[in-house]
Design a protein. Structure first.
Length: 279
């Protein structure tokens, strides 16, 4: 197999047999949509079936953005052309659930905005490390009249507690690296110049350990802490239902009129702008 598998705009880079990186390269904003579902499915399948990989790091090649929101110009209906995944969930929540249960240690390296899908991917990974100066995390959807669909209502309260999870989800505002660390949204926030080396050193350390011991330990933590898939199913349905409501369509159009989905201040400060849409 080649050292680097390039599937469209998601790169699977094998630093060694045991240490892989998955880099999202969807300029200009790392918006995730139906076109990226087959790409991520191929990556997740490789992680599930390779018996040598022990650790995978998810990161971004796009300055300022880890992964942002769903591709609303493509529309959620485009994702319905894909069959349900191996868990029985719709494709995106299916892949996130499978990432959370991989017999592989998964790490998110968050530099830039992790909003919506980006936050949901980070929550599905085992560990999250953020740039103190450049990381922004949020679940912005309620501010646009939507409901998050990728599992944050099931995962986030288990991670940071009910009250803080509700502040993230219902406040729909941006959270910087320091506050994310204080709340436990991420494991640590580090000075930006130290982030890459820290994550790389940790990944290489884990990759040097015995795979069976890693997988068995992670599985037992999964049993104690992961939500069942049945808790995630209603979230995707609620998202699709919300997307069809006039209030959500109005708010999304207001955001589009201000520059949503295009490089600029709305995408850079999405938490601010969803708070300006009015009642």
């Amino acid at each position: 197999m080649s050292e680097t598998l390039k599937t469209g705009t998601i790169h699977l880079i094998r630093h060694s047999d045991s240490y892989w990186r998955v880099t999202f390269d969807i300029p200009p904003l790392n918006i995730f949509g139906p076109a990226n579902i087959p790409q991520l499915e191929e990556v997740v399948s490789c992680l599930e079936t390779d018996d040598r990989v022990k650790v995978v790091v998810f990161d971004s090649a796009v300055e300022g953005f880890f992964i942002t929101h769903w591709d609303f110009l493509a529309g959620f209906e485009d994702s319905n052309k894909f069959p349900a995944g191996r868990t029985g969930l719709q494709p995106l929540p299916d892949m996130l659930a499978r990432i959370s249960r991989l017999p592989v240690v998964s790490i998110s390296l968050i530099r830039g905005r992790a909003t919506g899908v980006g936050s949901e991917l980070a929550l599905a990974t085992d560990m999250r490390f953020a740039s103190r100066e450049k990381a922004i995390l949020s679940q912005w959807e309620v501010g646009a009249g939507l409901v998050p669909g990728g599992g944050p209502m099931a995962r986030l309260p288990r991670l940071i507690g009910r009250g803080r999870a509700l502040e993230v989800l219902l406040g729909a505002d941006d959270i910087g690296g320091d506050l994310a660390e204080l709340w436990g949204y991420v494991n640590r926030s580090l000075p930006d110049e130290e982030l890459d080396d820290f994550v790389d050193n940790l990944a290489r350390r884990i990759a040097s350990f015995d795979k069976q011991a890693l997988a068995a330990t992670k599985h037992l933590v999964d049993v104690a802490s992961l939500p069942p898939d049945s808790e995630i199913v209603p979230e995707w349905r609620a998202l699709l239902d919300a997307l069809g409501r006039p209030a959500a369509q109005k708010r999304l159009q207001q955001l589009m009129d201000r520059g949503f989905h295009r490089p600029g201040d709305v995408e850079n400060r999405l938490g601010y702008y969803v708070g300006q849409l009015g009642g």
